[in-house]
Design a protein around this ligand. Structure first.
Ligand SMILES: C[S@@+](CC[C@H](N)C(=O)[O-])C[C@H]1O[C@@H](n2cnc3c(N)ncnc32)[C@H](O)[C@@H]1O
Length: 227
């Protein structure tokens, strides 16, 4: 059923943000922010739609970068956490990504961060989100856990919530999803040998090298499409 997410994040909301203070959480946050910030340089305009914004961790970042943010999430308990953060230039709406209460062509960019893999019908959700992005010239950005990374496969086989419920994508399957909207720039990042003990000077070098070499096994996939 389209309306149900693959994992009910209401049950994780009270502890969700704790992840970002763990060594691994800090590492993945840093790597992903570096990649997403770079991708946002290609965006003209400041209206950003964030799908599956959760507790607003990323909304706060986008706001700090100068975007006006509309965060959408299906989980009321996750969204409730955003209210305590008092994020400037950000509003939040509880809604299902499959049926957005928004006009066509409203946003300069739409972003999914670690949310597309928890959405029941990603094909339909992307179509609905693209409807709300300006055309031509708007951007769609996706950061998602890579099905082909060893770390993510282990999480899945060890039945670790919420990952065990995620429908992880690979570069190939994400490219197929985005194909109707244009040719995506797509690559993987986060190649740290030991994410719980990253080496901040070397890791960015790995990431840019991996992007150049087209390595497909990083823990995170970043995809950008210009519509
Ligand atoms: C892993 S959390 C990521 C939250 C945030 N993007 C972050 O990176 O901190 C995935 C989020 O996607 C939301 N989600 C899942 N299915 C959804 C849907 N159909 N519509 C809107 N949000 C959805 C969940 O409620 C959850 O908050």
């Amino acid at each position: 059923m389209k309306s149900l997410p693959l994992f009910n994040f209401n049950q994780a909301a009270s502890v969700y943000d704790e992840w970002f203070s763990t060594p691994m959480g800090r590492y993945y946050d840093l790597v992903e922010k570096r990649a997403i910030k770079q991708a946002l340089k290609n965006v003209s305009g400041k209206k950003l739609l964030e799908i599956g914004c959760g507790t607003g961790h990323w909304s706060k970042y986008f706001s700090a970068l100068g975007f006006s943010v509309l965060g959408v999430d299906i989980s009321f308990k996750m969204l409730r956490k955003t209210f305590h953060k008092r994020i400037p230039w950000a509003e939040f709406v509880q809604s299902n990504a499959h049926y957005l209460p928004l006009h066509d062509n409203e946003f300069d960019v739409a972003v999914f961060i670690t949310s597309i893999e928890f959405i029941n019908e990603p094909h339909d959700a992307i179509k609905e989100v693209v409807r709300c992005i300006k055309k031509p010239g708007g951007n769609l950005l996706i950061g998602t856990l890579n099905a082909k990374s060893r770390l993510n496969r282990n999480r899945f086989t060890k039945n670790k919530p919420p990952y065990h419920k995620a429908s992880l994508l690979s570069i190939e399957s994400l490219s197929d999803l985005l194909e109707p909207y244009g040719k995506p720039t797509i690559y993987t990042c986060a190649f740290s040998l030991n994410p719980s003990c990253p080496i901040p000077i070397i890791d960015p070098v790995f990431d840019s090298l991996a992007k150049k070499l087209g390595l497909r096994c990083g823990d995170i996939i970043i995809a950008e499409v210009q519509l």
